[in-house]
Design a protein around this ligand. Structure first.
Ligand SMILES: Nc1ncnc2c1ncn2[C@@H]1O[C@H](COP(=O)(O)OP(=O)(O)OP(=O)(O)O)[C@@H](O)[C@H]1O
Length: 297
């Protein structure tokens, strides 16, 4: 096997007549974290399910750990940890019993107490699964899918339903997995999650990849934004590198020269003794890229 853990070439998948995935290509190298983003119904889960070996592509070539994930699914699944959107947990077992069962089933070694403390569930060891909150179930599922740090971890919307603190903790755990050498493929609707974790992203829409690359590649060339409210009767604005739009007293500057334009604007406000209310300056983010790609239709 080369350094690629996942290779997807011209992947197509159909549900009957409906083409859910229409020619996706991407490669995930060993040790990388790759985020698949996109609108609802874009085809992210379908793509993940093909990679996990649950679905056979209509067309195209998929290799996972050098194997065909459908034909060789038992070999691939033994080396992969998968967190689906809805976990099939056994409701009658306690949290600790669930992990002890997993310990017997898994070919990887890990410790129940350690796995529980990683996801902050040690205090729930003796609680039955059907008594857990939605976020706690999600964390238990994460503990199972990352048991023994698998070579490949596939996470379908891992932090949906988690509170902000639990989300940050899970990000830290994903960071540790990455440090230990695991390759991670995840889908998420939280763009800041992709910004925090991913080396590479692909944004899907209607079964097609609209944009792919490293975060730097995806964001480069995208303008930063400055917004502010001007006081009434403000003098004419200074000349800026970026393009300015005015709506009432609110200005919005889209610029590739954020520092220069912000300095000009602040100097101008200072000279005229103006207060710029609600001043905000932000670099390009995945949020704008996402909106731009999903508007393409
Ligand atoms: N079992 C199925 N039978 C028929 N159509 C399906 C089936 N599963 C998914 N689809 C359709 O395929 C498309 C892609 O679905 P998929 O779940 O892969 O999208 P997604 O990007 O994961 O969406 P979301 O962000 O909403 O979870 C959607 O239009 C969906 O309605």
């Amino acid at each position: 096997m080369n350094g690629n853990v996942i290779e997807v070439e011209d992947l197509h998948y159909r549900y009957g007549e409906f083409a859910a995935v229409r020619g996706i290509d991407f490669t995930v190298r060993r040790g990388e974290t790759f985020a698949l983003l996109g609108t609802n119904g874009a085809g992210k889960t379908t793509t993940l399910e093909v990679i996990e070996g649950f679905r056979k592509p209509a067309k195209g070539r998929v290799r996972v750990l050098g194997l065909d994930p459908h034909a060789d699914r038992y070999q691939v699944q033994a080396r992969t940890g998968v967190m689906l959107q809805n976990a099939g947990l056994i409701e009658e077992l306690t949290v600790a019993e669930t992990l002890r069962l997993w310990q017997r089933l898994s070919s990887r070694t890990d410790k129940v107490a350690t796995a529980l403390s990683r996801v902050d569930l040690a205090h729930k060891s003796d609680v039955q699964v059907d008594k857990l909150s939605g976020g706690e179930r999600r964390r238990l599922d994460f503990a199972i899918s990352t048991w023994g740090a698998p070579e490949l971890v596939v996470l379908d919307e891992p932090t949906t339903g988690l509170d902000p603190e639990s989300r940050q903790r899970l990000w830290a755990r994903v960071g540790e997995l990455k440090e230990s050498g695991s390759t991670i493929l995840l889908t998420t609707h939280y763009l800041e999650e992709a910004e925090a974790l991913a080396d590479q992203v692909t944004i899907m829409h209607n079964g097609v990849a609209q944009i792919s690359g490293t975060l730097h590649e995806v964001l480069s060339g995208r303008p930063a934004t400055i917004t502010a409210d001007l006081p009434a009767h403000a003098p004419a604005l200074p000349t800026l590198h970026g393009s300015t739009t005015v709506d009432g007293n609110r200005i919005r500057v889209e610029t590739l020269a954020l520092q220069a334009d912000l300095t000009t604007l602040l100097n101008w406000a200072g000279q005229h003794r103006l207060e710029l209310e609600n001043l905000n300056a932000s670099p390009a983010s995945l949020h704008e890229v996402f909106l731009a790609t999903s508007e393409k239709g």
